[in-house]
Design a protein around this ligand. Sequence first.
Ligand code: UDP
Ligand code: MG
Length: 642
Amino acid sequence: MTLLWFNDIVNQIIEITQMNKMISIVVPVFNEEDSLEGLLKAIKDSLDKKSISFEVIFVDDGSSDRSWSIIETLSRRFEEVRGLKLSRNVGQHNAIIAGFENSIGTYVVTIDADMQDNPDVLPRIYEKLKSGFDIVGCRRKVRRDNFLRRFLSFVMHYTIRHFTKLGRVSTREFTDFGCMLRGYRRWVVEKVIELGGKSVYIPTFAALIGGDFCEIEIEHVTRVKGKSKYGISRLLSLYFDMITDISLLPVQVISLLGILLSFAGFALGVIIFLRRIFIGPEVEGVFTLFAFLFVFTGVLLISVGLIGEYVGRIYKEVNKKPRFIVTEKSGFRKGLRIGVFAYSEVGYSCLEQLIRMGEDIVFVVTHRDNKNENIWFRSVGELAHKFNIPLLKPESIKEGKFIDVISSFKPDIILSFYFRKIFSEELVSIPSLGCINLHGSLLPTYRGRAPVNWAIINGGKETGVTFHYMTQKVDAGPIIVQKRIKIENDDTGLSLTKKIASCGAKLLEDVVEGLNEQNLRSTLQDETKATYFGKRTPSMGEIDWQWDNEKIYNYVRALTSPFPGAFFVLEDKKCIIWRGEKKECGNREPPGTIVGISRDSVIVKTGSGCFRITEVEIDGERLTPEGFVKHLKLKKGNSLGG
Ligand code: UDP
Ligand code: MG
């Protein structure tokens, strides 16, 4: 009974560990902008079908095209994708080593970016590795490359297979070292990193390390996108890497040839000497000697060249130059996958802050700018674009298609900053950690729209920033953190919005830290204290001279540009007051009466005290107070309405 129980546990553990076997796919990339998306899709299709967990590491080997920006975007778009950017082109194999060093899978597979080897076979490689093989190679049934390329590869493989016996275990052997689609067990990869030199050719070097291996047969297709990066000189250098990496045989062959030639030369010398004594000097034979000399010199040069290759490689090893330098990484998850919904200046500041903090922002959703609105704030869309963050500008955020796309990003959390549409229940339930909104007021007061303008209009003395969880009821979810902001006497809608933006961005740091450390707390809002204010339209800016001067002043500063402005109507003309101030006065005229005119102000009697207009606009034209008075032919004692 006990034993059975024990076996059960062991079986479960085995199941769990087998489940967690992850495969890291390393792709060296050198100017492959047209191939990357298709390759990723093919890899995902083949592995998702079999529910094999994986990561794809694209290593940008000094590309000069858009490869890196595509990799960056893909790494945000898909949870499984990571990117490494190398400081310069260091060659395919060094790039692969960079990928190896940053991989975490139990198994590691290398594949070229060009899709010549179909990722369809990945599950087969995975199964072979899982069944115990240390290295799984692939053999291309028919190789679809040009003749020269195939010929050179044939020579390479011939030498390797027939002279070094590498990759042969009893009857099995590797037959296609040129195929880069290969799988390795983690320990092989670790050894390649540790022992592979700076001029390593990975397939042969890994075979040299040993282990149990097998080869599977695959289809090979011609390159569709991009060009082959291997011309004759790169191939030759690869050839030398391949040979010198694994053996001293070439030098030994040359030495042997040298010995043979020395013997032959000695024998020839003896013959010529004897001939000279017994037959006399032989003049015609000079040419034969020349021929021999050419051969000798050729052999000598080859030997020196070959030794040079070895010495060169030794030099590279001793030399401290690194194999590669990684300058940028993306998609290596440090923290949470954050989705952002943002608009306006507050949205911009907060997104900028998240980028500055190096957070993993997987998408940004923003609004299309409305042509009828004064777009005074910085563009969230442009900021996202600049940092290669996937950007969405949906017409509706309720549609099923949009919800599907957002789910496919697998965000852990969604943060919303001044986004104007209401989240559906479905949207709120996507991220496992919920959705958090920044609201520009001290909730539960000023729920709803334009809280900053409302707060000034209502003569508030303080407002603030609140981060709260989103629920179905607008701005009513539990509060995470709040910060107070004093409303100064001369604050305008704009100045206060900027204060909210910078205070919000600062507070955001604490929120994200709390999320990462999983210690965010929240408290329910006190519904009895809740106040709600709706959307503001330009027509709501009309003032009444019956009001006291304090209220008129608050309207003017709350709505001055970039907002639509506080206004009064005179002779059917809309007069917007862009600037003005309260003024004490003892006048007894009815409200709306002009009690003073000067070059830079018009003073108007209000319900209590006076108001001094200093900047005004009529029919879309900004005027000085003097110009305004002239324009409407006004005099002291005239009424502005009310
Ligand atoms: N590659 C690389 N660095 C280089 C040359 C090539 O990372 O200096 C990559 C290239 O982007 C591709 C793979 O290595 O993913 C194989 O290159 P290619 O397809 O040009 O070689 P071929 O198929 O002709 O052997
Ligand atoms: Mg290729």
